[in-house]
Design a protein around this ligand. Structure first.
Ligand code: TXA
Ligand code: MG
Length: 313
C-alpha cells in the first residue's frame, strides 16, 4: 500500500489501477472514498470484500461532470434542478437506471436505481476525469467503524487492502453527502448530510418527503432494500433443482442454469449475484433454487441478500 500526495503522477497511477480493476482510496469534501470501476463487477465486489461488509448496501457512483449522468441514469425535472444547483458538492441523487445502464448491478445492490454524486474536491475530480468513467465508492473504512476524514484514517483501517491512498489532506465537510431519492418526481430524503435540507427545500419550493418520519415506512435505506426481491419464490440451500425450477449453482454442479462461481470463489459469486438473480427471475421458471454458499468472507453478504430474497412476499 502507498499513500501518495495528489499530483500528476499519483492521479495517473490511480486511473491506471482503476482501469485494472483495483481499488483506490481518494479524498472527497465529505469523507474519503474507497473507489473501484463502477462498471466492473469483480472490482465492485472487492470493495465489499475490503470493507468486510456483512450486507450489500448500494454504493454511490461518482462522476466528474453532469453530462455523464445521461449515460446511465434517468433524470427527473427535480433531479436536473438539484444537480444544477448543488453539483459539484455533497449531494447524492438516487435515480432510475437506464435500460442499458453499464453500472454493475452490485453497485445498485439489485435495485433498479443508482445513487450518483459529483464531488467538488479537486483531487476526486482530477482522478475521475483521468479515469473518464464512473467510480463506485463507499466511505473508505472497515464496516462498522467511523468514516475516515484523513488519509491516515484510511491507512489505519485498510492498509493491507488497498494498493493506493491519495492523500488530499483533511476533508472540509467531514460528514457524508445528503442523499435524496429523485427517481420519482416527489423527492425523498434518505440521509441527512453535507447539504442542508432547508436549502434543498428552498430550491424545490416544497417539503421533502421523509420516509423515516413515517411509522409505516421503512426507517433506513438499508431496510428499504428488503422490499426488493425477485418475483419468483427463492429456495435456499438446494442441492438439486425441482421440476421447473431455475438452479443457481455455486461450485461443482451438473444441473446449473447459471453458476455464481464454478471454482467456489466468493468474490466472483458476489460479482454475479444480482445480475444472475435478475436473469433467472423469469416466468418461464416456477422458482429459483440456490445452492448453499459458505458463510465466511463475502459469503456473509451473499447469504444476507439471499435470505431477504427468499423471504415470503
Ligand atoms: O459523502 C458520501 O456520500 C461518501 C463519499 C465517499 O462520497 N460516500 C458514502 O458512501 O457515504 P456509503 O456507501 O458509506 O453510503 C452510501 C449510502 C448507503 O447507505 C446506501 O444505502 C445509500 O447511500 N444509497 C446508495 N445508492 C442507493 C440507492 N440506489 N437507493 C437507496 N439508497 C442508496
Ligand atoms: Mg459509510
Amino acid at each position: 500500500m502507498s499513500v501518495e500526495p495528489v499530483n500528476e503522477q499519483s492521479i495517473s497511477l490511480a486511473a491506471e489501477l482503476l482501469e485494472r480493476g483495483k481499488l483506490v482510496a481518494f479524498p472527497t469534501e465529505t469523507v474519503y472514498g474507497l473507489g473501484a470501476d463502477a462498471a466492473n463487477d469483480l472490482a465492485v465486489a472487492s470493495i465489499f470484500e475490503a470493507k468486510g461488509r456483512p450486507q450489500f448496501n448500494p454504493l454511490i457512483a461518482h462522476i466528474a461532470d453532469i453530462s455523464w449522468v445521461e449515460r446511465f441514469a434517468v433524470t427527473t425535472p427535480s433531479a436536473r434542478l438539484l444537480a444544477e444547483r448543488f453539483w459539484p458538492g455533497p449531494l447524492t441523487l438516487v435515480m432510475k437506471r437506464t435500460a442499458d445502464c453499464p453500472i454493475s448491478h452490485l453497485v445498485s445492490a439489485g435495485l433498479d436505481t443508482v445513487g450518483v454524486r459529483f464531488p467538488v474536491h479537486q483531487a476526486a475530480r482530477q482522478m475521475l476525469e483521468a479515469f473518464g468513467k464512473p467510480v463506485a465508492a463507499p466511505s473508505a473504512n472497515i464496516s462498522g467503524t467511523v468514516s475516515p476524514t484523513t488519509a491516515q484514517h484510511v491507512a489505519q483501517g485498510l492498509a493491507d487492502r488497498v494498493p493506493l491512498i491519495l492523500d488530499g489532506g483533511a476533508c472540509s465537510v467531514g460528514v457524508e453527502s445528503t442523499i435524496l431519492d429523485v427517481s420519482e418526481d416527489d423527492p425523498a430524503l434518505l440521509r441527512a448530510g453535507g447539504v442542508g435540507v432547508e436549502e434543498i427545500e428552498d430550491v424545490l419550493k416544497k417539503k421533502l418527503r421523509r420516509p423515516e418520519a413515517d411509522p409505516n415506512a421503512p426507517r433506513s435505506p438499508g431496510q428499504m432494500l428488503s422490499h426488493y426481491a425477485p418475483r419468483l419464490p427463492v429456495r435456499l440451500n438446494a442441492l438439486e433443482p425441482e421440476d421447473g425450477e431455475a438452479f443457481l449453482a455455486f461450485g461443482k454442479a451438473e444441473k446449473a442454469t447459471l453458476n455464481l462461481s464454478p471454482s467456489c470463489n466468493l468474490k466472483e459469486a458476489a460479482a454475479h449475484l444480482f445480475a444472475y438473480m435478475r436473469l433467472l427471475d423469469d416466468p418461464k421458471y416456477k422458482g429459483i433454487a440456490v445452492m448453499p454458499i459458505p458463510t465466511f468472507g463475502l459469503g456473509l453478504a451473499i447469504n444476507d441478500r439471499l435470505k431477504r430474497a427468499a423471504y415470503p412476499h
